[in-house]
Each structure stands twice: as C-alpha cells, then as structure tokens.
Design a protein around this ligand. Sequence first.
Ligand code: FAD
Length: 549
Amino acid sequence: MDNKVFSVLNRTEDKKRLATEHFDVLVIGGGITGAGIALDAATRGLKVALIEKKDFAWGTSSRSTKLIHGGLRYLKQLEIKLVREVGIERAIVHENARHVVRPERMLLPIVEGGSLGKTLSSIGLWVYDYLAKVQKDERRKMLEKSEVQHLEPLLRADILKAGGLYYEYRTDDARLTIENLKTAVSFGAIALNYTQAEKFTEQGGKVNGVEVKDLLDEQIYTIKADFVINAAGPWVDTLREKDSEGVKKKRLHLTKGVHIVVPFEKLPLQQSVYFDTNDKRMCFAIPRGKITYIGTTDTNYKGDIDQPLAEKGDVEYILAATNAMFPTVGLKIEDVVSTWAGLRPLIHQDGRSPSELSRKDEIFISQSGLISMAGGKLTGYRKMSEKVINLVCKQKQVKTQCTTVELKLSGGGFETEADLDKFINLRATSMRDLQVPPAAVVDLAHKYGANIDLIIEKCYEWKPNYSNWLDLWEAAEIWYAVEYEAVANLCDFVVRRTGRLYFERETIAARSEFWAVEMSKLLSWSLSEKDAALHELKTEYEAVMSWNN
Ligand SMILES: Cc1cc2nc3c(=O)[nH]c(=O)nc-3n(C[C@H](O)[C@H](O)[C@H](O)COP(=O)(O)OP(=O)(O)OC[C@H]3O[C@@H](n4cnc5c(N)ncnc54)[C@H](O)[C@@H]3O)c2cc1C
C-alpha cells in the first residue's frame, strides 16, 4: 500500500504519469465493475490505470436498486449458480464495507395470484438461505397472514395469504464504487474521471493502449498498457465497435429500470417490501430516512445511452403497482419528489423479454486482445473482478492470488456490526460540543465509515469560522470530498458522493449556493465557474422530474 490519496488536486500529476508511464492494466469505466477490477489488480501488485469519461459511478452504478442481494427472483428462473455466487458475495461485500452495506429486513408478502405460493416461497427462501450460506440469525422466517398484517398494516388485506421475512443488504451503489476506487488508489492505482477513451492504439494487431481525451481541458494523450479492459457497462459495445474486431456474435441488450422517490410519510413502511405487480413482475419498496423509494421497471431501451430518464409512463406504472399493493396510501404523481433511471448492460439472448434475460456476467476477448466485461450485478462485482484479473495474470504468466475476499474497503474496517455501532455512538457523544445532531453523525458514518474522523478533525479546526453546525459540518464534508474523493464539480458531490439529489432533493434549493461557495474556495473557481457548476446542478435537478418540464 502506498497510501496515495484519491483527489482532484492530484490531477495534473496523475495525468503526467498516465501519459508517460507504462501500465500492466488499463481499465475503461469507473462504475462498480471497473472499480472492482482496478482494486483486484492493484492489490496483486499490478500497475493499474483507470479512466472514466464522466464522474465515477455516473453510469448504472449510481442508478440501481441499491441492494446487495442474492436475487431471489433468479431462483424462479432456475439460475441456481448465479444465486449461489451472488448470495455468497453478498456476505463478503457486507463484511468488507459494513458502513455502506447495511443489513435490510425484507418482507415478501404472499398474495393470491402472486408469483410464488406459500409452499414454493418457503422452499424458495430456504434454498436461497442455503445457497447463499446465510448466517443463522438472518435466515428466513415464514409468517401467517395476521403476522404479516401486524408487520405491515398498509398491505392489501383481501389478497394477502401469508408472508416471508428474510434479509438482504442495502447499499449506496455510488459510494460502494468510490470506496473501491479509494482503496485501489491507496494500493497505487491511478484513477481519473472526466477522461474519455477515444480510440485504441495497436501494435502488431494487438491493442497496446488507448488515446484519451481530458474532458475538462480537451487535452488528448495516450495511455499505454499491456492489457486494456473494457468495463464500460452499457457502453461496452460502443467501445467494442472501436476495436478492429467490432461487435460479433454476442452483443449487449440494454433494458431501462426506473425508481421513484416519495416522502416517507406518503408510504410509511415499517420495513422494505418485495411485492408482486399485476403483470407478474416484482418491485421493491424501500424506506430510507425521510423518503421511501420504489422500483423498478424493466423495459427494452433504444434511446440515448448517455441520458436515460424516467418518463411519465414509467412513473405511472410504479405508482399503479404500489397503489395496488398498498391501497390506502393512494400515491399520486404529485407525490413523487425524485427519480432515477439506469440501464442494465445485459447480454442479448434471442427471443427473451427484458425480465427473462440472464443477469450472468461474461468476458469477451477480441482478436486484438481487448478484454470486455459485460452483464453481471452490483452484488457480484468482486467475483467478476477476480475472474478477469485471474485471466490477465494467467496471460501475463504472473503467479498471484486474489486477496479481496478479506480486504476491508476504505472506511470499512469494522469486524462486526457491534464495532460499527460502538464507533458511531462514540463519535456522536464526542461531538456534542459542536451541536451536531446524533442522526447527522449516523448518516455521515454510513457514508464515510471510519473516514469521518478526518471530517470531524476538520470541523474542530474550522469551528471558529462558521456560525452554525450545519454550515461547519457541510463545509468539512465538501473539503473531504475534494481532498479524498476526487470530486471535481458540484454534481459529483450532490449526486454521487452523497445521494442528495435522490434522497434529500429538498435540500438542494436551500443549500446549493453554500456548497458552491465552499467548493469555489477549495478549487479556486472564478464566479463564472461557480455559476456554471450551479447551472449544471439545476439541469440535473430538473432532469429527474423531466415529465414536468
Ligand atoms: C434499475 C437497475 C437496478 C439494479 N439494481 C441492482 C441491485 O439492486 N443490486 C445489484 O446487485 N445489481 C443491480 N443492478 C445491476 C447493477 O447496477 C449493474 O450491473 C452495475 O452497476 C453495472 O456496473 P458497470 O460498472 O458495469 O457499469 P456502469 O456503472 O455503467 O459503469 C460504466 C462506466 O463506463 C464509463 N464509460 C463509458 N464509455 C467510456 C469511455 N469511452 N471512456 C471512459 N469511460 C467510459 C461510463 O461513464 C460509466 O460510468 C441494477 C441495474 C439497474 C439498471
């Protein structure tokens, strides 16, 4: 570990190294797949570079259902191997990043005409526990109708037959990606956002690098590497088109998934619910702080890959499904306060509908040696990364072993849930003199884990400069994002480092000017640069509710 810091302030130096040094592995794409690959490679001692054309996690990896789960639904499709693999991965990801991967109790109501009957649900959940090697206290529990109603009185009573209670993990996909990247950088990797792969360079018919464009200053340069890995998610085929082999035989099939966010009081669930829809699909409703989010849809997507949006029809579909299962809440489109839409980079299978397409991951290697990783799930990213770097090491004839199974991610050095709770309680108590509410400490600890100590230290240093705890707290958080999380603009902070656009959209109007001023100080922005950052945020703010525009 060389403890290099992941900061936008190192950009000039990082670029110089990218342009002049030779790398073992160059990863294209800073979503969870690319981040996991960079980490796996860096921890095996390989020299790693990663480039991302927008911000890290800007693609699908900030727009998922944000669950680390074994995919109960895939049992129905008899994808046993997939369920076993991601089921086991679930526990590994939780243990290595407890702060950002939190246990989530999930209720599965069994209803008339639903996907699974009582017996099948019971067997299904048992198999799920078995395949995923679920620990004893988190194993499934089958419930009578009255018990389900007691747990969740909002459920529709006339069709309810029984229920199952089981555990998944809830995460913040973008933060999980960032924690992987921070850890990879601490092992020596260079990861740069706003750097787009333009074309591949070849020697003797073999890919040996990538010509890239810095989207912040338009500079073009070339990064040389022994192996180039295309981890561009929904853009995997766009990049394969640039390779001499093009897209042959196997290709991607993109499907869009939308989530909507409503204030918690509009759908005040007592725990997450995984419920049947009228069209034989299933949706999640997940309470999270002051909001509840619901999703997802699954429809073929042929639009602009750079701009998937929640359309009115998507929102109405989710509202109708929710109102059918929770009839007393009567959600209306006016209740929706935010949305997100993501694209699943699945592998095409003739004749299959979006929901039937396998979520399996696959590696394609072209004649020129370009390695592309497609399909897969957020939950399985670590295993996917292990597979691809095993392959690289084999080709390079380097004998190494993957070590990420037991590698704690940045901020996640807690052995048990009790250790994490103890840490949070101690910090909440020790900060009473700053008047920070305990809930704010818990929230921050679930974002940054043990790294909140750096933010707290900064709060004490800057205490005389700010007149109230919120300004002080957020100024220190922004400082951390710039110094340690490669934040280059306001949207990076608001959307992907903190999820405020989705989970606290109401704070944006009140606080964005303050955030922009703080960021200006740290990044020496001119007034027009600050205004441009605010304008960009306004555009994103409006895009999540685009049907209103
Ligand atoms: C609606 C929805 C819900 C989901 N829910 C879950 C869930 O709850 N749990 C789960 O396990 N999985 C879930 N998934 C699946 C999971 O989110 C994805 O499998 C995963 O995020 C894909 O990550 P990725 O890194 O491959 O792609 P991405 O996150 O899209 O990353 C690819 C990156 O490549 C970059 N890029 C593209 N072209 C270039 C270029 N030329 N140069 C440089 N960079 C480039 C992009 O900007 C992008 O950031 C869900 C998916 C969707 C769509």
